[in-house]
Design a protein around this ligand. Sequence first.
Ligand code: HEM
Length: 154
Amino acid sequence: MLELIITKAQKGSRPNITLPHPGILEFLKEDGIRNLISDHYDRIKSSSIRDLFPPDDVIFEAAKKNSADFFVQIMGGPIHYSQNRGNPMLVRRHNPFKITLEARNVWLGIYQELLPELGLPEELMLSLWNYLDQFSIWMINSEGRSARFSTIIY
Ligand code: HEM
């Protein structure tokens, strides 16, 4: 079975990025991509990085939609993201949130579980995985452990 490996990362590293293959959108359709992002966000809710995301359900769902719009757009679908949010500037948009190596591992770990369930041909699954694995390195903006674990342990 194909293994999806989380590349060891360092804060400040900016590896070159290849966008996910457009065949992913053809295979999953827009709904399939939206479901994937929705499942990812829903699993975040019961993960250790939950506190980075909006606590309010309505705002959480809006955040989920923005993310899904982005992924649909970069895979060649409708450009709702740009229409609603403008230029992605994702590094800048992630800056207010404390994203550590560990937060990236948790965030990616959820995709590591979800991608093999999609039934994508191997080449397409790897294309999506490599994009997430590499681009997520760009979002790391903080040293140390995630906010949730940085409290004193009694
Ligand atoms: C490294 C792990 C990552 C973490 C912990 C993380 C966390 C977050 C957080 C906390 C938000 C803001 C939610 C809100 O309050 O609206 C967000 C938004 C977003 N993230 Fe990430 N993110 C990560 C990586 C990525 C990557 C690799 C991508 C793209 C491939 C991405 C795409 C987005 C998009 C499109 C948004 C919505 C931006 C907008 O509001 O316009 N994230 N992320």
